[in-house]
Every structure is written in structure tokens, then in C-alpha cells.
Design a protein around this ligand. Structure first.
Ligand code: C2E
Ligand code: MG
Ligand code: MG
Length: 477
């Protein structure tokens, strides 16, 4: 039998052992808790803070500024070519790309800043010490130049690029969701304009509201005659004869004022309202052209057709009904479509274009030279004309590279038998160069701005005398 002293010692040893196990369990529990907390606060793929940790830090930054005053910035970032890379090279490569982007973002910003991944290819940064607009713009420039460097992914080198929207507390929002929403809006603006980064401006909010409302106003606009059609002449550069006019729509809106196409076309293109809108523009401009034909003028009417309308099987029949009703010959109508519009669903667009062509309507490719011109489409399309984009033409007098591109387009189009229109010629000098480079036709402010129909008729009466006054373009060299 053991002595009481021995029993006490062994009980003490047992107790110590129990303490040790409890301490170990407590440690393990704390570590597990930490891991759990990490998982709930950090993005598993990139290790960056996730949305909930970011929102928490954003709230803290707001609370601090509410007490002590001052400002800070939030940057919303979206990768430009992530979807293409992910779709073409696979999700594993996409994941690796996100990890590399996260590493780069981490190194670009300060320790006091927070970069988080919101999901997909969307990242966000909180710059709590960035108190000026210039300061946050400088950070954007650093991020952009860092992400402009190619990324190497399993042997492939890819260019990803980023668009960034900036919202600054308290000017662009006094709570987290407003700041993030406005940074997001600015980011879309940067993406749309290809500008790299953009600061939120209050006009964007008004623009977004207008874009949401406009589709619902189209039927009223048609009934109340709010759509105004302007016509810009297209001239043969050799004979200086006006061969046609392009209908360009403006909207006299009772609430939003005089709207240009850039302010409403995209908004209504996203909705079903583009259909009645397109048909109304065609109907009205056909009516006016018919009246001019009856007065002895022989002008081709060009109308812009939106991408969405081009994917509508019913469109060819409806256009043909309008032409038949107007009494104009179908080849008096030229429909202008952009390359981008074709690329949404090329086969379907091609089928719709073919049907229009079978009915006798002519097809023009608008804004050529801006997108990723998939040249093989040109050979499969029943094209009559190609219009070189204003962005290439506007610098034609000063930019040698643009001149080379225009000449190459002209050669290509000549060999395919298409007319080439130089669009956006703002000076007589530009008209002369376009003619030398091989454009057969031109449109632009140097000839005439888009005008109301009556103005156009008066202008036609004087053409080409007025260009004589300004200095007639020289004959082709
Ligand atoms: P677009 O079809 O490429 O039309 C040419 C644009 O360039 C017109 O702008 C025209 O006013 C402008 N422009 C003409 N000459 C010059 C010049 O010398 N210099 C400069 N800087 N610009 C010149 P607008 O009228 O603002 O139309 C913009 C775009 O909106 C059009 O580009 C067309 O894509 C679209 N659009 C206009 N009306 C309609 C429409 O009724 N339906 C559809 N779907 N789109 C339309
Ligand atoms: Mg056009
Ligand atoms: Mg154009």
C-alpha cells in the first residue's frame, strides 16, 4: 500500500499532465479559431482580405473621418481581359492570373492601405491616407503601369490590363455602399472610354438615371414627335457630287433636353425599345427621302442599324414593308452596321444581313478600323461600302501612321470592290489627303454638319459653290 505522501505526489503529477493537455487543447482551439476567422475574412484563392473584412475596414475609416475630419479614397478595379483569358486558357490559368495580380497589387500599395478581392476579377482598394484627388490618381497610375507588364502563365505571356474607378469620401458618398457604388460607376466609365482610371463625377449618377429611364420613353417620343432626324451629306471626292445622306438622330426630350446619340443609343440598345426606335427612324427618313426624289433629287439614304436590331429575324421583312410602303427602290437604302454589332453573334447577323441584301438593300460597314477588324467577314458579307472611322480620319493631316492604315484599308476595299468613305473630314486639307489615299467618298464638317431636312435642301441648292468659296479641294494628284 502506497504512503499518503506518494499518493499526493502522483495526484499532483496527474493534475499537471491534465493542465498541460488543457493548455495544448486551448492552443489548438485558438489556432483553429484563427484559421476559421482567416477563412471568413480572407479570400481563399489570393489570400487578400475579402468583401466582409474590406467593408469592416471601410466602416472604420468612415468612423475615424467622421470624428477627425478629412478625406480618403476607394478604388474599384476590374481586369480588362480576364474573361477572354479565362475562357481561352482555362480556369486554372485564370486562377493563377488572379493570384499574380493580387501579389502585384499587394506590393504597389502602402501597408496602411487595404486591397481586397470582391469576387471574380473585381478588386478594391481602400487608401485611408490618400487625402487628395491627385494622390489617388497617382496610385491608380502606379497600379495601371504595374498591371500593364505582361503576366507569364505556364509558358504563355498575357496582357491583362485594368480599369479603375475612384470615389472619395466624403465628396462622393458618406457611407460604404454609396462609395463602392460610385467607385463602380466611375470604373465602368473608365472601361467604356478606355481611359485606365476615372474619378466619379456626379454627372455619372444623372447619366445612369437617364439611361435607366430612356427605354421607357421611346414610345412616347415616337407619338409626340420628339425624335429629330438630321442628315449629313456624303460626297464623291472626284466629281464633288452629293451621292447620299446619312440620317443621324437627335432626341428633343422634355425632361433631359436636346440629346445626342451618344447619350441615348446605348441605353435603348440594351432594351427591346431599340426595335420600335429603329423602325421609326427608317420610316421617317424614307418618307423624307421619297419627297426629295419626287423633287428630282437622287440621293441614297444611309441609316445606322444597332447591333441588337441586326440579330432580329423579323427585321428584314419589316424593313422591306417600310420600303415598299414608301415607294422608294430598295437600293436607295443603305444600312450602316458596325463590326462590333456583327461580332455578337456573327452567323445570325450574317443571315439577317443576307436577307436584307436579297431584298435589294445595300450594306455599309461603319466605324471601320477601330475594332479587331475580322477581315474574313468582309469577304462573306454582301458589302457595298466601308466607312473609315472618324478617329482615324481626324488626325489624317498630322499622323503618318493613320495615313498608312487608311491607305491599306482603301487598297483592301478596292480589291474587294467596295466604296470607301472617309468619315469625319474636318478640313479641306483632310479631304485632299483622303482622296490621295484612295477614298472615293467623304463625309465631314468640312463639307457639311448634320442638318435638318429643310436646311439640307437649301444647302444642296448651293453645293458645291460654298466649298468653292472656302477653297475647293484640289483634283486628285
Ligand atoms: P456614325 O454613324 O459613325 O456617324 C458619324 C458621327 O460623326 C456623327 O455623330 C456625326 O455627326 C459625326 N461627324 C460627322 N462629321 C464629323 C466631323 O467632321 N468631325 C467629327 N468630330 N465628327 C463628325 P452623331 O450624330 O453624334 O452620331 C454618333 C453615332 O450615333 C453614329 O456614328 C451612329 O453610330 C449612332 N447613331 C446616330 N443616329 C442613330 C440612329 O438613328 N440609330 C442608331 N442605331 N445609331 C445612331
Ligand atoms: Mg454611321
Ligand atoms: Mg462612323
Amino acid at each position: 500500500m502506497s504512503s499518503p505522501a506518494y499518493r499526493i505526489r502522483s495526484l499532483e503529477a496527474e493534475l499537471e499532465e491534465t493542465y498541460r493537455s488543457v493548455a495544448q487543447l486551448t492552443n489548438e482551439l485558438a489556432e483553429a479559431n484563427e484559421r476559421l476567422e482567416h477563412l471568413s475574412l480572407y479570400d481563399a484563392l489570393t489570400g487578400l482580405p475579402n468583401r466582409s473584412l474590406f467593408l469592416d475596414r471601410l466602416e472604420q475609416a468612415i468612423a475615424l473621418r467622421e470624428r477627425s475630419g478629412g478625406s480618403f479614397a476607394v478604388l474599384m478595379m476590374d481586369l480588362n481581359r480576364f474573361k477572354d483569358i479565362n475562357d481561352s486558357l482555362g480556369h486554372n490559368v485564370g486562377d493563377e492570373l488572379l493570384q499574380q495580380v493580387a501579389d502585384r497589387l499587394r506590393t504597389v500599395v502602402r501597408n496602411s492601405d487595404t486591397v481586397a478581392r470582391l469576387g471574380g476579377d473585381e478588386f478594391v482598394a481602400l487608401l485611408p491616407t490618400s487625402t487628395t484627388a491627385e494622390g489617388s490618381a497617382a496610385v491608380c497610375e502606379k497600379i495601371i503601369s504595374n498591371l500593364e507588364r505582361p503576366v507569364v502563365l505556364g509558358g504563355e505571356t498575357v496582357d491583362v490590363g485594368v480599369s479603375i474607378g475612384i470615389a472619395r469620401y466624403p465628396y462622393h458618398g458618406s457611407d460604404g455602399s454609396k462609395l463602392l457604388g460610385n467607385a463602380d460607376m466611375a470604373m465602368y466609365d473608365a472601361k467604356r472610354c478606355g481611359r485606365g482610371y476615372a474619378m466619379f463625377n456626379a454627372d455619372q449618377e444623372a447619366t445612369a438615371r437617364r439611361a435607366a429611364l430612356l427605354p421607357g420613353h421611346v414610345s412616347r417620343a415616337i407619338e409626340e414627335d420628339e425624335l429629330v432626324l438630321c442628315y449629313q451629306p456624303k460626297v464623291d471626292l472626284r466629281s464633288l457630287r452629293v451621292v447620299g445622306v446619312e440620317a443621324l438622330t437627335r432626341w428633343r426630350h422634355p425632361e433631359f433636353g436636346h440629346l445626342m446619340p451618344s447619350q441615348f443609343i446605348t441605353a435603348i440598345e440594351r432594351s427591346a425599345a431599340i426595335k420600335p426606335f429603329s423602325l421609326e427612324v427608317i420610316r421617317r427618313s424614307l418618307e423624307q427621302t421619297l419627297a426629295s426624289r419626287q423633287a428630282g433629287l437622287d440621293l441614297t439614304l444611309s441609316i445606322n442599324l444597332s447591333g441588337r436590331a441586326l440579330h432580329d429575324w423579323e427585321l428584314p421583312r419589316q424593313v422591306f414593308d417600310l420600303i415598299e410602303h414608301s415607294g422608294l427602290p430598295p437600293d436607295g437604302l443603305m444600312l450602316e452596321i458596325t463590326e462590333d454589332a456583327l461580332m455578337i453573334d456573327p452567323e445570325r447577323a450574317l443571315a439577317v444581313v443576307d436577307r436584307l441584301h436579297e431584298d435589294g438593300v445595300r450594306i455599309s460597314i461603319d466605324d471601320f478600323g477601330t475594332g479587331f477588324s475580322a477581315l474574313n467577314w468582309l469577304t462573306r458579307m454582301p458589302v457595298s461600302e466601308v466607312k473609315i472611322d472618324t478617329s482615324l480620319v481626324e488626325n489624317v493631316t498630322t499622323n503618318l501612321e493613320h495615313r498608312k492604315v487608311i491607305m491599306a484599308i482603301c487598297e483592301l476595299c478596292q480589291s474587294l470592290g467596295f466604296d470607301v468613305v472617309g468619315e469625319g473630314a474636318e478640313s479641306l486639307e483632310a479631304l485632299k489627303i483622303l482622296k490621295k489615299l484612295g477614298c472615293s467618298l467623304a463625309q465631314g464638317y468640312s463639307i457639311a454638319r448634320p442638318m435638318a431636312w429643310d436646311e439640307l435642301l437649301a444647302w444642296l441648292d448651293n453645293w458645291p459653290e460654298q466649298i468653292d468659296c472656302a477653297g475647293k479641294p484640289e483634283p486628285a494628284a
